[in-house]
Design a protein around this ligand. Structure first.
Ligand code: ADP
Ligand code: ADP
Ligand code: ZN
Length: 213
């Protein structure tokens, strides 16, 4: 099963993608996590990506597409994968379609997690991230067992630099301009499914499981 998660920053794509990956035993591929891991390890890619991420801008397609195409060609992706945060532009979607076409394959579902902008800023200011294992929490709706500490690995949780309100607004503008057009792209491809992302996490997941079967 090959799945794309669509939705604004903070809509809950990552939260749902992790659960999908667990239930269907497929890898969760988050370009944001890949970039953050590169930043943490001080790689060239990390240095370049950080310049864009800190401003709430998208990392250029040249730095993003090959990385994902390589990743989905690895052995653990043979039975499918869930893409979280990619594609984010029409050229990225086209690169993905082309790469799969060459293998005689195609995506099965694009799931749009729909959350209005008003709710997003609140979600982002409460998001706490573990930069060691990629887990995410929310101070009110999905708190860790121990305040400020990751349940999964015990590391310290942080407010991401790009989750500060000034940057969140910029990311929402970028989303509407560059990423939202993908909803029509996948509608035309006949694989778009929408879920109401304002519901509690478990209810959103139940809707998704109904779609995926
Ligand atoms: P969120 O889950 O809040 O939407 P992500 O972790 O997916 O955030 O992405 C964080 C940042 O990483 C984005 O704002 C962007 O700068 C960069 N990024 C992630 N994925 C992509 C992508 N597919 N194309 C370009 N930039 C990306
Ligand atoms: P995205 O990957 O789309 O940027 P996340 O999955 O990181 O979004 O979720 C953004 C924030 O909202 C996180 O703090 C997360 O814990 C919280 N969150 C996720 N899903 C829900 C939900 N259904 N209800 C309330 N908060 C949620
Ligand atoms: Zn952790």
């Amino acid at each position: 099963m090959k799945i794309i998660m669509l939705g604004a920053p903070g809509a809950g794509k990552g939260t749902q993608a992790k659960q999908i990956a667990g239930k269907y035993s497929i890898p969760h591929i988050s370009t944001g996590d890949i970039f953050r891991a590169n930043i943490k390890n001080g790689t060239e890619l990390g240095k370049k990506a950080k310049e864009y991420m800190d401003q709430g801008l998208l990392v250029p397609d040249e730095l993003t597409c090959d990385l994902v195409v390589d990743r989905i060609g690895q052995d653990d992706c043979k039975n499918g994968f869930v893409l979280d945060g990619f594609p984010r532009t029409i050229p990225q979607a086209e690169a993905l379609t082309d790469a799969l076409n060459k293998l005689g394959e195609k995506m099965d579902y694009a799931i749009d997690v729909d959350v209005p902008d008003e709710n997003i800023v609140k979600r982002m200011s409460g998001r706490r991230a573990c930069l060691d294992c990629g887990a995410t929490y929310h101070v009110v709706s999905i708190p860790p067992k121990k305040e400020g500490i990751c349940d999964a690995c015990g590391s310290k949780l942080v407010l991401r630099d790009d989750d500060k309100p000034e940057t969140v607004q910029k990311r929402l503008d970028v989303y509407h301009e560059q990423t939202q057009p993908l909803i029509d792209y996948y509608k035309e491809a006949g694989i778009l499914k929408s879920v109401d992302g304002t519901q509690p996490m478990e209810d959103v997941f139940a809707e998704i499981v109904k779609i995926l079967g």
